[in-house]
Write a protein of this length. Sequence first.
Length: 365
Amino acid sequence: MRFHSDAFKNQCSAYFNVFIYIILAILIFSFLLVYPVHSVPFISKAKEIELGRSADKDIVRQYGIYQDKALQLYVNTIGQTLVSKLVNKEFGQFYFKVVNSSEINAFALPGGYVYVTTGLLSALNNEAELASVIGHEIAHVTLHHGAKLMLRSIGSQLLTIGGVLANPKNAGELMAISSAAFQQINMDYGRDAELESDFQGMLNSVEAGYHPYSMVNFLKNLRKQEIMSGQSYHGFQASHPETRERIIKAGNIASSLSRKYNTSVKNKNVYIKNLQGLVYGGKKHIKDRGRYKPKYLDFYIVKNGDTLQSISNKFYHDNRRAYEIAVINGLKENIALKEGFALKIIRDGFFDKGKSTSIKKHLVN
């Protein structure tokens, strides 16, 4: 009975290969579940740094570095201050860059590469909020979330390869099934990782002296900006914690930290000085072919008797835009403005540094 012996051997070999690939995939996912957060199986620290360095070139090419040396230095200084407070010194060097995108976003690559967009900077209202966001991204690096995400992707590919080997005729169908099965895993870092990074980022910023409720205030105001603009910060997308849950958890963390740390730094005016003239709106990414009128971020010093409605009418000839001014400044629409308060204002055209010196005369550190 030697009929079809070669075919039988080939079939057995195929199933054996499937078995090996499935075992490897299971091992990878098992390691990710049981390994401590400060290590990743199969990927060395040197490899993580190499991966980040390589991907950094693509990020810079895709978004472009925002051409403002003073602003780049300011953001990098905040980032390096936060890094200096870390207990985990596994990654000795971090790189912080402002990229040219109107998308409200911040993200990190394995090995210590952290990016904030111009859109995010315009959405924040003080240095403490920026520190909490950068701290969050630093946590993604130190907790190896990027490397773990890559391993999950490898595991999904192994299962796909195993299925294709078992029956090459169904390769297309199996690829689709595998992609669907691992869609949740491969969509950003995932809910638990975001909550974990919220905690570590808030702790890091507080240990650097910043106000413990900065992340909470940012998340609350960001939700309003999302509703107004129609775009979402990555931490509020489908695979991440629900907005309400995340804000509540951040509030609980802030309450706990405020009892332990007596910190209150916000540096609103310092932040404002560094953002005056920031390009506002425009392209989100390299594939965005939309045409945009140039706009920039400026500031108005509140005078006695000013209201959001009167300021809206003064700048936009439309007092109905008072809500927009309130939202981008993290204020309630019916708030009574204090004389001397600095408000973010969106102006049309290009920033002329020579004609915009009054803001620094009115602001102190």
